[in-house]
Design a binder for this molecule. Structure first.
Ligand code: BES
Ligand code: MN
Ligand code: ZN
Length: 491
């Protein structure tokens, strides 16, 4: 993670900045009620020009006339009635982009007076601004950095205190998201299971967490047949990491899929886009990001995290279609496709997590292409039998602007996952592939009732053929932080 611009809440008494961006709704004058006359006048001059309507993305500029002149940009927000968190995110990104492109060192964002900017809406805005300088440029010989160092935000009247409180929270979440992204972006020739376990170890050390790392020997002793099968074809042997930290009457456990590279194994994937499978460890990376955030926010809960780590490779030692594997909870699985490896390693990790009786169990995985087919890249898929947990997570998705969409866990899908010669098979027919995968996982949560599976295949990274900044998104870290903050009454 490179140098981030620092984000501050602007003091209304001291408003100078090289660049001032003011949001303005269609059909209204720019809201300059909190600005000094120099900036107010400049905003007025900017919009006096003919053609100003305040349409979304429309821009008007003027220079303020003072000793330290500012470039004032009035930026159209569209109709107030259509304005929401997504429009706010687009607008703030555009403002930061302008500041960076034009070489300014500091930016003042004057927020519009609108419900979409108030209260907890500040959370995602401040996290987005904090992450605006994120780059993964560790492998770039020449790096180009913008000069932008400071972003000040002027909230609407009455919101200063809540923005300041939210900034403290955002300042913990931003590095946690960046940490998750850095891990997921790290290429698979470096980020193998041992490397991931080492990163977990570093986190554990700096945050005084308990850590246990199981290698092939311990995995064999414990009967973790799924992880051993998937990791068998790789010369980088598998690991299972267990972290524990925090205290409180509630135990919250996280599980994250950590396939450091997914070739598909013997059921090998086609060549096109296979490089994207370096992101198949994103679930584990998100869980490490969440762990960092939960520790740094000092949330009053007892936490555990389980990271099954394996590389799925074709080899003489690989598991094969037809194999029958016994998982940690004793259930046997008939392997029909070695590319359905995520559920094999999650079966062991979920069984262990469930055995230790958490109050809530959340699992994150880039599990199925089918979930991407179902909703495109716009949301992750949520599976949970618990309506309360669903409502909580969907609320947190709103607050974090990390979309989630609930999907079904009907018994018919479970039926489709029954094996011929084993208890289960690891793939069913063609249709409803994300749902049958979830139905498979549901058989490894034991007596846990409050559990959820988040299939993040659609949202964990932005690939070459998609719009937006390429690479890992850290999806789930902000979402889960929002959920935990609400649970702790800190939101
Ligand atoms: N890691 C993939 C799922 C995936 C696909 C993640 C695209 C991100 C983008 C997973 O291990 C996989 O290969 N799933 C198969 C399951 C199938 C064999 C039942 C899939 O989705 O095709
Ligand atoms: Mn696969
Ligand atoms: Zn996979």
């Amino acid at each position: 993670m490179g140098k981030q611009p620092s984000v501050r809440v602007a003091s209304p008494r001291q408003l100078t900045s090289e660049l001032v961006v003011i949001g303005c709704f269609k059909g209204r004058a720019p809201d300059t009620s909190r600005l000094p006359s120099g900036l107010t006048n400049a905003a007025g001059r900017a919009v006096e020009r003919s053609g100003w309507k305040g349409k979304e993305k429309q821009i008007a500029r003027a220079q303020s006339r003072s000793k330290q002149p500012s470039q004032v940009v009035v930026h159209g927000l569209g109709r107030a009635a259509d304005f929401g968190s997504r429009e706010l995110a687009r607008w703030s990104a555009k403002a930061v982009q302008t500041a960076a492109d034009e070489g300014y060192r500091d930016l003042l964002l004057v927020l519009p007076d609108h419900p979409a900017v108030k209260g907890r809406a500040a959370f995602r805005l401040l996290v987005d601004l904090g992450l605006s300088g994120y780059r993964f440029d560790r492998f770039q010989s020449k790096t180009s950095r913008s000069r932008l160092r400071t972003i000040r935000v002027l909230p609407p009247a009455g919101e200063d205190a809540s923005y300041k409180a939210m900034l403290k929270v955002a300042n913990k979440v931003v590095p946690a998201v960046a940490f998750g992204r850095d891990l997921a972006n790290t290429p698979p020739n470096e980020a193998n299971p041992e490397w991931m376990a080492g990163e977990a170890g570093r986190l554990a050390k700096t945050r005084s967490m308990k850590i246990k790392v199981l290698g092939p020997k311990e995995l064999t002793r414990m009967g973790m047949g799924g992880i051993l099968a998937v990791g068998g074809g790789s010369s980088s042997p598998p690991r299972l990491v267990r972290l524990e930290w925090g205290s409180g009457s509630q135990t919250i456990s996280f599980v994250g899929k950590g396939v450091t590279f997914d070739t598909g194994g013997i059921s090998i994937k086609p060549a096109g886009g296979m490089d994207e499978m370096k992101y198949d460890k994103s679930g584990a990376c998100t869980v490490l990001g969440i762990a960092q955030a939960a520790a740094d926010l000092e949330l009053p809960f007892h936490f555990r995290a389980y990271l099954p780590l394996a590389e799925n490779m074709p080899d003489g030692m690989s598991y094969r279609p037809g194999d029958i594997v016994r998982c940690y909870n004793g259930k046997t699985v008939e392997v029909l496709n070695t590319d359905a490896e995520g559920r094999m390693i999650l079966a062991d990790a979920l069984s262990w997590a469930a055995e230790e009786e958490p109050g809530t169990l959340l699992e994150y995985s880039t599990l199925t292409g089918a979930s991407v087919v179902a909703i495109g890249h716009h949301a992750a898929s949520l599976y949970t039998p618990d309506d309360y947990l669903a409502a909580e997570l969907l609320d947190a998705a709103e607050d974090s602007n990390e979309r989630l969409w609930r999907m079904p866990l009907w018994p018919e899908y479970r039926e489709e996952m029954k094996g011929t010669h084993a208890d289960l098979r690891n793939v069913a027919g063609r249709w409803g592939g994300a749902n049958t995968a979830a139905a498979f996982l549901s058989q490894f949560v034991g007596k846990t009732e409050r559990w959820a599976h988040l299939d993040i295949a659609a949202t964990a990274y932005v690939a070459g053929d998609q719009k937006g900044t390429k690479g890992a998104t850290g999806y789930g870290v902000a979402l889960t932080s929002a959920w935990l903050l609400e649970l702790a009454n800190r939101f």
